[in-house]
Design a protein around this ligand. Sequence first.
Ligand code: TYD
Ligand code: MG
Length: 452
Amino acid sequence: MMKGSSEYYHCKECNFETSRWLGRCPNCGAWNSLLAIDVSERNVKIEKKDLAKPISKLKYTGDEQRYMTGIAEFDRVLGGGIVPGSLVLLGGEPGIGKSTLALQIAQQLIDIVGKILYVSAEESLRQIYLRATRLSVSSELIYLLSENNLEKIVAQMLEIKPKIAIIDSIQIINDSNIPSAPGSVAQVKSCTSRLMEIAKKENIALLIIGHVTKDGGIAGPKTLEHIVDTVLYLEGERFQSYRLLRSIKNRFGATNELGIFQMENNGLKEVKNPSKILLTSREQPIPGTVTTITFEGSRPLAVEIEALTSSSYLNYPRRLTTGVDYNRVSLIIAVLENKIKIQLQNKDIYINTAGGIKISEPAIDLGIAVAIISSIKNLAIPLDTVVFGELGLTGEVRSVGLCERRLKEAQNIGFKKCIIPYDNGQHISKKYDHLEVKTINNINDIVSLLNK
Ligand code: TYD
Ligand code: MG
């Protein structure tokens, strides 16, 4: 192939672009996959309405209409329902409940949106029908299609003109113009772009389902995250029947919102009071556990932190964490050794969050520290006590955001005593009738405070 100045090349496997022809794509490693494209084709005439405009000349109200499903856990994670014409990606491991959730959403939306098209590329009509019956989903307005050919799906979208189209799942859809196998990066990207083009033109909201493996890998959802408007992940497993719906990206709302569901015989049910399920219903306090109040998106959540310390017979003591950041725990251990002089260098230390729920907020530092102290000193923290605060390298307990909402949640759940950073304590505007608030300035003070 000749190298020409008005040409550039793109890889038919992964869409990588380069100005030089190469025998092998440097991005995906495919041989002989670079095709020439004439750049002169790109010199397009721009119509007046498409010209860039000064921001001050634009007028948008911002409160666009949304399709509210009435499933509060889902609507909140989306930032207030599905935006018409938007593209939502719903990812999750196989068998976690994506198809179930999608069908339930469809049923909730028929009264609001009208026609909904559910395309299953994985299952036969009979299988979808049986699941739908189990979920009591039935309507003249929900159209089912068992198809994996992209052009046929597009044709049906144009024919039926639904307001919402659900694609289950994107990895199985096949665009016959792309030589690689369904599920490959090129296929997944090309199919999504084509579906999106139709959806934007016809103002169809698209819900695209994608499988991810345990390590979050394979071609699917990860490669699509930057194309779509909203990315949701449905997670579970350690929670047995509990399912967590998270928003990782949201062009129309806040991210890191968390919705909690329980998988039952007839589908996913909302969990209205999540703090309760994350706490163990034990009668007596035991050393090594403490409850903290964390924020998941816009919602406070009470989570129990467990620590186990045991004598180590290894040169490098074992440090294992589930749900919390390993490096953060190492730092807290170092602060405890240095500032309150407890011996941890010959201890194996294990830290868990109840149910394995992932928390990345520094406000749980104090919870981790107290759990470790509680375990090593064999000191049981009373069940009615909660703690939160960020720990600095000097041992200082730093203030955290949204303190009053945490306190309110603690009181609502029925805790009686809360240990919080001193600085937060200075700015509390209201008195809590059923909650005794104690403040702490430095981690040094914690032991005497716990003994009180
Ligand atoms: P499914 O939605 O098929 O998962 P995905 O689409 O993510 O692969 O749900 C799979 C599991 O959920 C399956 O093991 C059965 C279970 N399930 C229930 O427990 N109750 C129900 O009402 C339904 C429909 C499924
Ligand atoms: Mg499925």
